[in-house]
Write a protein that binds this ligand. Structure first.
Ligand SMILES: *[C@@H]1O[C@H](CO)[C@@H](O)[C@H](O)[C@H]1NC(C)=O
Length: 469
Protein backbone atom coordinates (compact mmCIF):
# COMPACT_ATOMS: atom_id res chain seq x y z
CA UNK A 1 0.00 0.00 0.00
CA UNK A 2 1.25 3.38 -0.98
CA UNK A 3 1.31 6.10 1.83
CA UNK A 4 2.06 9.84 1.78
CA UNK A 5 5.52 10.67 3.14
CA UNK A 6 5.23 12.40 6.55
CA UNK A 7 7.34 15.32 5.25
CA UNK A 8 4.71 16.06 2.60
CA UNK A 9 1.91 15.87 5.20
CA UNK A 10 3.73 18.43 7.33
CA UNK A 11 4.35 20.56 4.33
CA UNK A 12 0.68 20.64 3.41
CA UNK A 13 -0.32 21.18 7.00
CA UNK A 14 1.90 24.25 7.40
CA UNK A 15 0.68 25.63 4.11
CA UNK A 16 -2.97 25.13 5.10
CA UNK A 17 -2.46 26.78 8.46
CA UNK A 18 -0.69 29.75 6.87
CA UNK A 19 -3.46 30.26 4.34
CA UNK A 20 -6.17 30.01 6.96
CA UNK A 21 -4.25 32.40 9.21
CA UNK A 22 -4.10 34.88 6.37
CA UNK A 23 -7.83 34.51 5.64
CA UNK A 24 -9.09 34.66 9.27
CA UNK A 25 -6.65 36.44 11.61
CA UNK A 26 -5.11 38.65 9.00
CA UNK A 27 -8.34 38.84 7.02
CA UNK A 28 -8.19 42.53 8.24
CA UNK A 29 -11.47 43.02 10.11
CA UNK A 30 -11.69 46.80 10.41
CA UNK A 31 -13.59 49.20 12.66
CA UNK A 32 -15.29 51.80 10.52
CA UNK A 33 -17.17 54.96 11.33
CA UNK A 34 -18.75 57.75 9.32
CA UNK A 35 -16.60 60.12 7.33
CA UNK A 36 -18.76 63.11 8.24
CA UNK A 37 -19.49 64.37 11.71
CA UNK A 38 -22.78 63.46 13.30
CA UNK A 39 -24.85 66.56 13.64
CA UNK A 40 -27.55 66.93 16.23
CA UNK A 41 -29.54 69.57 17.99
CA UNK A 42 -29.57 69.79 21.73
CA UNK A 43 -32.28 67.45 23.01
CA UNK A 44 -32.12 65.06 20.06
CA UNK A 45 -31.58 61.30 20.33
CA UNK A 46 -28.71 60.28 18.06
CA UNK A 47 -26.73 57.30 16.92
CA UNK A 48 -22.93 57.35 16.78
CA UNK A 49 -22.32 54.79 13.99
CA UNK A 50 -19.57 52.24 14.37
CA UNK A 51 -19.35 48.79 12.79
CA UNK A 52 -17.03 46.00 11.76
CA UNK A 53 -16.03 45.60 8.16
CA UNK A 54 -16.57 42.89 7.00
CA UNK A 55 -19.56 42.17 9.17
CA UNK A 56 -18.30 39.67 11.68
CA UNK A 57 -20.16 39.20 14.92
CA UNK A 58 -19.09 41.40 17.75
CA UNK A 59 -21.20 39.59 20.35
CA UNK A 60 -18.17 38.15 22.05
CA UNK A 61 -15.98 41.18 21.70
CA UNK A 62 -15.30 44.08 24.04
CA UNK A 63 -16.53 47.48 22.83
CA UNK A 64 -15.33 50.63 24.54
CA UNK A 65 -16.96 53.96 23.86
CA UNK A 66 -14.95 56.86 25.28
CA UNK A 67 -14.35 60.52 24.66
CA UNK A 68 -11.18 60.76 22.59
CA UNK A 69 -9.41 63.54 24.45
CA UNK A 70 -11.32 63.70 27.73
CA UNK A 71 -10.83 59.90 28.09
CA UNK A 72 -14.12 59.67 29.97
CA UNK A 73 -16.04 56.41 29.81
CA UNK A 74 -19.13 56.73 27.76
CA UNK A 75 -20.19 53.10 27.40
CA UNK A 76 -18.58 49.70 27.88
CA UNK A 77 -19.73 46.35 26.44
CA UNK A 78 -17.85 43.52 28.09
CA UNK A 79 -18.35 39.76 28.37
CA UNK A 80 -21.56 39.85 26.35
CA UNK A 81 -23.30 42.64 28.30
CA UNK A 82 -23.27 46.35 29.02
CA UNK A 83 -20.91 47.07 31.84
CA UNK A 84 -21.26 50.67 32.93
CA UNK A 85 -20.00 50.75 36.50
CA UNK A 86 -17.21 53.12 35.49
CA UNK A 87 -19.41 55.25 33.22
CA UNK A 88 -19.03 59.02 33.49
CA UNK A 89 -22.04 60.43 35.39
CA UNK A 90 -22.96 62.83 32.60
CA UNK A 91 -23.85 59.85 30.35
CA UNK A 92 -25.74 57.89 32.97
CA UNK A 93 -28.95 56.42 31.60
CA UNK A 94 -28.47 57.98 28.19
CA UNK A 95 -26.40 55.37 26.35
CA UNK A 96 -27.31 52.02 24.79
CA UNK A 97 -26.09 49.64 22.12
CA UNK A 98 -28.16 47.62 19.67
CA UNK A 99 -27.68 44.08 21.00
CA UNK A 100 -29.59 42.51 18.10
CA UNK A 101 -27.20 44.20 15.68
CA UNK A 102 -24.01 43.00 17.34
CA UNK A 103 -23.93 39.77 15.38
CA UNK A 104 -23.88 41.84 12.20
CA UNK A 105 -20.87 43.73 13.48
CA UNK A 106 -22.96 46.80 14.27
CA UNK A 107 -21.55 48.32 17.47
CA UNK A 108 -23.18 51.76 17.09
CA UNK A 109 -23.98 53.72 20.24
CA UNK A 110 -27.32 55.39 20.85
CA UNK A 111 -27.14 58.58 22.89
CA UNK A 112 -30.38 60.20 24.03
CA UNK A 113 -31.14 63.84 24.93
CA UNK A 114 -27.83 65.19 23.70
CA UNK A 115 -26.52 68.35 25.27
CA UNK A 116 -24.06 70.92 23.99
CA UNK A 117 -21.38 69.41 26.23
CA UNK A 118 -21.81 66.04 24.45
CA UNK A 119 -20.26 67.64 21.37
CA UNK A 120 -16.78 66.39 20.59
CA UNK A 121 -14.83 63.34 19.37
CA UNK A 122 -15.87 59.83 20.36
CA UNK A 123 -13.68 56.76 20.17
CA UNK A 124 -15.21 53.42 19.24
CA UNK A 125 -12.56 50.89 20.33
CA UNK A 126 -12.58 47.07 20.11
CA UNK A 127 -9.47 46.04 22.03
CA UNK A 128 -10.08 42.30 21.52
CA UNK A 129 -9.70 42.58 17.77
CA UNK A 130 -6.48 41.11 16.48
CA UNK A 131 -6.44 43.28 13.39
CA UNK A 132 -4.54 46.51 13.12
CA UNK A 133 -7.53 48.89 12.84
CA UNK A 134 -9.29 48.39 16.17
CA UNK A 135 -10.83 51.81 16.56
CA UNK A 136 -12.42 54.71 14.82
CA UNK A 137 -13.24 58.28 15.79
CA UNK A 138 -16.64 59.89 15.33
CA UNK A 139 -17.26 63.63 15.51
CA UNK A 140 -20.42 64.78 17.22
CA UNK A 141 -21.60 68.29 16.56
CA UNK A 142 -24.38 69.52 18.78
CA UNK A 143 -26.10 72.65 17.78
CA UNK A 144 -28.92 74.78 19.14
CA UNK A 145 -31.32 76.90 17.11
CA UNK A 146 -34.29 79.09 17.73
CA UNK A 147 -36.87 80.98 15.74
CA UNK A 148 -35.90 84.60 15.04
CA UNK A 149 -38.24 87.29 16.34
CA UNK A 150 -38.90 90.44 14.32
CA UNK A 151 -40.08 93.73 15.73
CA UNK A 152 -40.68 97.19 14.29
CA UNK A 153 -38.23 99.53 15.90
CA UNK A 154 -39.36 102.91 14.61
CA UNK A 155 -38.71 104.82 11.42
CA UNK A 156 -35.70 106.46 9.85
CA UNK A 157 -35.91 108.98 7.04
CA UNK A 158 -38.47 107.41 4.67
CA UNK A 159 -38.00 103.83 5.87
CA UNK A 160 -38.99 101.59 8.73
CA UNK A 161 -36.39 100.19 11.09
CA UNK A 162 -36.86 96.47 11.70
CA UNK A 163 -35.11 94.50 14.38
CA UNK A 164 -34.47 90.78 14.19
CA UNK A 165 -33.29 88.89 17.20
CA UNK A 166 -32.58 85.24 17.74
CA UNK A 167 -31.08 83.73 20.85
CA UNK A 168 -30.03 80.20 21.87
CA UNK A 169 -27.89 79.38 18.86
CA UNK A 170 -24.86 77.15 18.72
CA UNK A 171 -22.44 77.35 17.05
CA UNK A 172 -22.39 81.05 16.17
CA UNK A 173 -24.92 81.62 13.38
CA UNK A 174 -25.19 84.16 10.58
CA UNK A 175 -28.12 86.49 10.21
CA UNK A 176 -29.39 88.20 7.10
CA UNK A 177 -32.38 90.24 5.99
CA UNK A 178 -34.16 89.66 2.69
CA UNK A 179 -36.93 91.50 0.94
CA UNK A 180 -39.53 89.74 -1.19
CA UNK A 181 -37.28 89.92 -4.27
CA UNK A 182 -34.54 88.10 -2.37
CA UNK A 183 -32.12 91.00 -2.09
CA UNK A 184 -30.64 92.31 1.11
CA UNK A 185 -31.90 95.66 2.29
CA UNK A 186 -29.12 97.83 3.70
CA UNK A 187 -28.41 96.72 7.26
CA UNK A 188 -27.66 99.31 9.91
CA UNK A 189 -24.22 97.85 10.61
CA UNK A 190 -23.03 94.28 11.12
CA UNK A 191 -25.05 91.86 13.25
CA UNK A 192 -24.48 92.14 16.98
CA UNK A 193 -23.58 88.82 18.54
CA UNK A 194 -23.07 87.80 22.11
CA UNK A 195 -22.77 84.61 24.03
CA UNK A 196 -24.63 83.85 27.21
CA UNK A 197 -23.44 81.92 30.26
CA UNK A 198 -24.62 78.62 28.73
CA UNK A 199 -22.46 79.27 25.69
CA UNK A 200 -25.38 80.03 23.40
CA UNK A 201 -25.27 82.84 20.90
CA UNK A 202 -27.74 85.63 20.47
CA UNK A 203 -27.69 87.54 17.19
CA UNK A 204 -29.42 90.81 16.52
CA UNK A 205 -29.53 93.00 13.44
CA UNK A 206 -31.34 96.19 12.54
CA UNK A 207 -32.27 97.03 9.02
CA UNK A 208 -33.99 100.00 7.42
CA UNK A 209 -36.46 99.00 4.74
CA UNK A 210 -38.27 101.07 2.17
CA UNK A 211 -41.74 100.38 0.87
CA UNK A 212 -41.93 97.51 -1.66
CA UNK A 213 -44.71 95.86 -3.66
CA UNK A 214 -45.44 93.40 -0.91
CA UNK A 215 -43.82 94.98 2.15
CA UNK A 216 -42.79 91.46 3.15
CA UNK A 217 -39.39 91.10 4.79
CA UNK A 218 -37.62 87.99 5.97
CA UNK A 219 -35.04 87.56 8.68
CA UNK A 220 -32.97 84.45 8.10
CA UNK A 221 -30.60 82.90 10.64
CA UNK A 222 -28.44 79.98 9.60
CA UNK A 223 -25.64 77.87 10.91
CA UNK A 224 -23.66 76.10 8.22
CA UNK A 225 -21.85 73.58 10.43
CA UNK A 226 -25.05 72.09 11.78
CA UNK A 227 -26.79 72.98 8.51
CA UNK A 228 -29.75 74.64 10.12
CA UNK A 229 -31.76 77.59 8.96
CA UNK A 230 -34.60 79.39 10.64
CA UNK A 231 -36.51 82.30 9.21
CA UNK A 232 -39.33 84.61 10.17
CA UNK A 233 -41.34 86.86 7.91
CA UNK A 234 -42.99 90.17 8.65
CA UNK A 235 -45.47 92.24 6.73
CA UNK A 236 -45.07 95.94 7.41
CA UNK A 237 -48.36 97.78 6.86
CA UNK A 238 -48.22 100.70 4.45
CA UNK A 239 -49.23 103.26 7.01
CA UNK A 240 -46.23 102.46 9.19
CA UNK A 241 -43.96 103.98 6.54
CA UNK A 242 -43.33 107.70 6.79
CA UNK A 243 -44.82 109.59 3.89
CA UNK A 244 -42.40 109.30 0.99
CA UNK A 245 -40.93 112.38 -0.63
CA UNK A 246 -43.25 112.07 -3.63
CA UNK A 247 -46.27 111.70 -1.38
CA UNK A 248 -45.00 114.57 0.72
CA UNK A 249 -44.56 116.77 -2.33
CA UNK A 250 -48.02 115.80 -3.61
CA UNK A 251 -49.34 116.50 -0.14
CA UNK A 252 -47.61 119.87 -0.03
CA UNK A 253 -48.90 120.79 -3.48
CA UNK A 254 -52.41 119.75 -2.47
CA UNK A 255 -52.08 121.77 0.72
CA UNK A 256 -50.76 124.75 -1.25
CA UNK A 257 -53.66 124.48 -3.71
CA UNK A 258 -56.11 124.34 -0.84
CA UNK A 259 -54.46 127.33 0.84
CA UNK A 260 -54.42 129.27 -2.43
CA UNK A 261 -58.05 128.46 -3.16
CA UNK A 262 -58.99 129.37 0.39
CA UNK A 263 -57.11 132.67 0.29
CA UNK A 264 -58.56 133.45 -3.14
CA UNK A 265 -61.97 132.74 -1.67
CA UNK A 266 -61.27 134.91 1.33
CA UNK A 267 -59.92 137.64 -0.95
CA UNK A 268 -63.01 137.52 -3.17
CA UNK A 269 -65.26 137.52 -0.15
CA UNK A 270 -63.39 140.45 1.39
CA UNK A 271 -63.53 142.32 -1.88
CA UNK A 272 -67.20 141.55 -2.21
CA UNK A 273 -68.01 142.64 1.34
CA UNK A 274 -65.72 145.67 0.96
CA UNK A 275 -67.55 146.71 -2.17
CA UNK A 276 -70.84 146.10 -0.48
CA UNK A 277 -69.75 148.09 2.55
CA UNK A 278 -68.54 150.96 0.40
CA UNK A 279 -71.82 150.96 -1.45
CA UNK A 280 -73.72 150.96 1.81
CA UNK A 281 -71.52 153.73 3.20
CA UNK A 282 -72.13 155.75 0.07
CA UNK A 283 -75.86 155.23 0.45
CA UNK A 284 -75.73 156.20 4.11
CA UNK A 285 -73.64 159.26 3.22
CA UNK A 286 -76.13 160.25 0.58
CA UNK A 287 -79.01 159.77 2.97
CA UNK A 288 -77.22 161.80 5.59
CA UNK A 289 -76.52 164.52 3.07
CA UNK A 290 -80.14 164.60 2.01
CA UNK A 291 -81.16 164.74 5.65
CA UNK A 292 -78.70 167.55 6.39
CA UNK A 293 -79.83 169.51 3.39
CA UNK A 294 -83.42 169.08 4.51
CA UNK A 295 -82.55 170.09 8.05
CA UNK A 296 -80.54 173.16 7.02
CA UNK A 297 -83.32 174.28 4.72
CA UNK A 298 -85.78 173.82 7.57
CA UNK A 299 -83.72 176.12 9.82
CA UNK A 300 -83.62 178.71 7.07
CA UNK A 301 -87.38 178.37 6.65
CA UNK A 302 -88.64 178.32 10.18
CA UNK A 303 -86.29 180.99 11.46
CA UNK A 304 -86.82 183.29 8.54
CA UNK A 305 -87.85 186.18 10.74
CA UNK A 306 -84.96 185.78 13.12
CA UNK A 307 -82.43 185.43 10.34
CA UNK A 308 -83.89 188.29 8.33
CA UNK A 309 -83.41 190.48 11.35
CA UNK A 310 -80.00 189.33 12.45
CA UNK A 311 -77.85 188.35 9.46
CA UNK A 312 -75.34 191.17 8.91
CA UNK A 313 -73.09 189.92 6.10
CA UNK A 314 -75.85 189.67 3.52
CA UNK A 315 -73.85 190.96 0.54
CA UNK A 316 -70.94 188.54 0.82
CA UNK A 317 -73.40 185.71 1.36
CA UNK A 318 -75.40 186.72 -1.66
CA UNK A 319 -72.20 187.01 -3.65
CA UNK A 320 -71.41 183.39 -2.91
CA UNK A 321 -74.93 182.16 -3.43
CA UNK A 322 -76.78 184.08 -6.05
CA UNK A 323 -75.33 184.15 -9.52
CA UNK A 324 -78.11 186.03 -11.22
CA UNK A 325 -79.68 189.46 -11.66
CA UNK A 326 -80.97 189.10 -8.10
CA UNK A 327 -77.49 189.68 -6.75
CA UNK A 328 -77.38 193.20 -8.13
CA UNK A 329 -80.82 193.89 -6.77
CA UNK A 330 -79.74 192.70 -3.35
CA UNK A 331 -76.60 194.74 -3.66
CA UNK A 332 -78.65 197.78 -4.53
CA UNK A 333 -81.26 197.35 -1.76
CA UNK A 334 -80.93 199.93 0.91
CA UNK A 335 -81.58 198.15 4.19
CA UNK A 336 -80.33 194.84 5.43
CA UNK A 337 -83.94 193.75 5.91
CA UNK A 338 -84.66 194.50 2.26
CA UNK A 339 -81.52 192.72 1.26
CA UNK A 340 -82.59 189.70 3.26
CA UNK A 341 -86.04 189.79 1.80
CA UNK A 342 -84.57 189.70 -1.70
CA UNK A 343 -82.16 186.99 -0.67
CA UNK A 344 -85.03 184.85 0.59
CA UNK A 345 -86.87 185.47 -2.65
CA UNK A 346 -83.83 184.34 -4.59
CA UNK A 347 -83.65 181.21 -2.43
CA UNK A 348 -87.29 180.40 -3.15
CA UNK A 349 -86.79 180.95 -6.86
CA UNK A 350 -83.81 178.66 -7.10
CA UNK A 351 -84.09 175.45 -9.06
CA UNK A 352 -83.14 173.34 -6.07
CA UNK A 353 -84.47 175.46 -3.25
CA UNK A 354 -83.51 173.09 -0.49
CA UNK A 355 -79.99 172.75 -1.68
CA UNK A 356 -79.66 176.48 -1.96
CA UNK A 357 -81.06 177.05 1.53
CA UNK A 358 -78.66 174.47 2.89
CA UNK A 359 -75.78 176.29 1.23
CA UNK A 360 -77.00 179.49 2.76
CA UNK A 361 -77.05 177.90 6.19
CA UNK A 362 -73.52 176.58 5.77
CA UNK A 363 -72.16 179.91 4.66
CA UNK A 364 -73.85 181.45 7.67
CA UNK A 365 -72.26 178.80 9.90
CA UNK A 366 -68.90 179.87 8.46
CA UNK A 367 -69.38 183.63 8.49
CA UNK A 368 -71.65 184.19 11.46
CA UNK A 369 -71.46 181.09 13.63
CA UNK A 370 -72.54 182.97 16.76
CA UNK A 371 -75.77 183.91 15.12
CA UNK A 372 -76.70 180.25 14.58
CA UNK A 373 -75.30 179.13 17.90
CA UNK A 374 -77.44 181.78 19.56
CA UNK A 375 -80.40 180.65 17.57
CA UNK A 376 -79.96 176.98 18.55
CA UNK A 377 -78.95 177.53 22.17
CA UNK A 378 -81.68 180.03 22.80
CA UNK A 379 -84.26 177.77 21.27
CA UNK A 380 -83.07 174.83 23.39
CA UNK A 381 -83.14 176.99 26.51
CA UNK A 382 -86.45 178.69 25.88
CA UNK A 383 -88.22 175.45 25.05
CA UNK A 384 -86.62 173.36 27.78
CA UNK A 385 -89.88 172.33 29.48
CA UNK A 386 -91.67 171.63 26.23
CA UNK A 387 -88.77 169.59 24.89
CA UNK A 388 -88.45 167.54 28.08
CA UNK A 389 -92.13 166.70 27.79
CA UNK A 390 -92.33 166.11 24.06
CA UNK A 391 -89.07 164.67 22.75
CA UNK A 392 -89.47 160.91 22.40
CA UNK A 393 -86.42 159.86 20.36
CA UNK A 394 -83.97 160.54 23.14
CA UNK A 395 -81.72 157.55 22.71
CA UNK A 396 -80.37 158.41 19.26
CA UNK A 397 -79.66 161.92 20.54
CA UNK A 398 -77.76 160.55 23.51
CA UNK A 399 -75.95 158.20 21.21
CA UNK A 400 -74.73 161.02 19.05
CA UNK A 401 -74.08 163.70 21.65
CA UNK A 402 -73.07 161.89 24.80
CA UNK A 403 -72.02 158.49 23.68
CA UNK A 404 -69.45 157.95 26.39
CA UNK A 405 -70.92 159.96 29.20
CA UNK A 406 -74.58 159.00 29.14
CA UNK A 407 -75.32 156.44 26.51
CA UNK A 408 -73.03 153.85 28.07
CA UNK A 409 -74.66 154.39 31.43
CA UNK A 410 -76.93 151.38 31.75
CA UNK A 411 -79.28 153.13 34.16
CA UNK A 412 -80.27 155.72 31.61
CA UNK A 413 -81.83 153.07 29.38
CA UNK A 414 -84.32 152.14 32.04
CA UNK A 415 -85.54 155.71 32.52
CA UNK A 416 -88.60 157.34 30.99
CA UNK A 417 -87.88 159.66 28.09
CA UNK A 418 -88.65 162.67 30.35
CA UNK A 419 -86.04 161.60 32.86
CA UNK A 420 -83.64 160.88 30.04
CA UNK A 421 -84.26 164.41 28.73
CA UNK A 422 -83.57 165.88 32.18
CA UNK A 423 -80.27 164.00 32.26
CA UNK A 424 -79.57 165.28 28.76
CA UNK A 425 -80.22 168.91 29.76
CA UNK A 426 -77.92 168.48 32.75
CA UNK A 427 -75.25 167.11 30.46
CA UNK A 428 -75.74 170.03 28.05
CA UNK A 429 -75.08 172.48 30.85
CA UNK A 430 -72.04 170.58 32.03
CA UNK A 431 -70.49 170.39 28.56
CA UNK A 432 -67.26 172.30 27.78
CA UNK A 433 -69.03 174.54 25.27
CA UNK A 434 -72.71 174.31 26.24
CA UNK A 435 -73.97 176.67 23.57
CA UNK A 436 -72.20 174.81 20.77
CA UNK A 437 -73.53 171.47 22.08
CA UNK A 438 -76.99 172.95 22.34
CA UNK A 439 -76.79 173.90 18.68
CA UNK A 440 -75.81 170.33 17.87
CA UNK A 441 -78.72 169.09 19.95
CA UNK A 442 -80.98 171.46 18.11
CA UNK A 443 -79.78 170.24 14.72
CA UNK A 444 -80.26 166.60 15.69
CA UNK A 445 -83.75 167.44 16.87
CA UNK A 446 -84.38 169.02 13.50
CA UNK A 447 -83.39 165.73 11.92
CA UNK A 448 -85.36 163.49 14.18
CA UNK A 449 -88.43 165.44 15.14
CA UNK A 450 -88.82 168.32 12.71
CA UNK A 451 -92.58 168.62 13.23
CA UNK A 452 -92.15 169.13 16.94
CA UNK A 453 -89.73 171.97 16.25
CA UNK A 454 -91.91 173.56 13.66
CA UNK A 455 -94.77 173.57 16.17
CA UNK A 456 -92.60 175.04 18.88
CA UNK A 457 -91.32 177.77 16.57
CA UNK A 458 -94.88 178.62 15.55
CA UNK A 459 -95.87 178.84 19.22
CA UNK A 460 -92.93 181.11 19.92
CA UNK A 461 -93.94 183.39 17.08
CA UNK A 462 -97.48 183.47 18.33
CA UNK A 463 -96.30 184.31 21.84
CA UNK A 464 -94.07 187.02 20.47
CA UNK A 465 -96.85 188.49 18.33
CA UNK A 466 -99.24 188.40 21.27
CA UNK A 467 -96.60 190.13 23.36
CA UNK A 468 -96.02 192.74 20.69
CA UNK A 469 -99.71 193.51 20.47
C1 LIG B 1 -26.90 49.81 13.46
O1 LIG B 1 -28.18 49.59 14.01
C2 LIG B 1 -28.96 50.74 14.11
C3 LIG B 1 -30.25 50.38 14.82
O2 LIG B 1 -31.01 49.44 14.13
C4 LIG B 1 -29.15 51.32 12.73
O3 LIG B 1 -29.94 52.48 12.84
C5 LIG B 1 -27.85 51.60 12.07
O4 LIG B 1 -28.06 52.09 10.77
C6 LIG B 1 -26.99 50.37 12.06
N1 LIG B 1 -25.69 50.71 11.54
C7 LIG B 1 -25.10 50.07 10.56
C8 LIG B 1 -23.79 50.56 10.17
O5 LIG B 1 -25.70 49.15 10.02
Amino acid sequence: MKTFPTSAVWCFGILFISVSLITTGSSEVQVVGPADPVVALAGDDIILPCSLEPNVSAEDMTVEWTRLYLKTNVHLYLDGRDSNDEQHPSYRGRTSMFHEELKKGNVSLKLTRVTLSDAGSYRCFLPTLTSQVKETTIQLLVGAVSQPVISIDGTKDWGVVLKCESGGWFPEPDMEWLDSSGTNPPADGPPEKHRDSEGLYTVRQHVTVDKTDTNMFTCRVHQTEINHLKETEIHVPDDVFPKSQVELIIGLIAAAVVVLAASAGVYMWRKYTEEKRELLEQQVKNLKLIREVKRDALVVDIHRVHLSQNVTLVIPIAFFLIRSERYYEIHAARTRQDQMKLLYQALEEAEDTRRMKSDFYRILLDLEPDLLIDLGATFVDVNKDQLIQKVTKVKPILLELFYEKLYCNTRIHQMTSQDQMRQLYQALEEADDPRRVKLDFYRILLDLEPDLLIDLVKNLKLIREVKRK
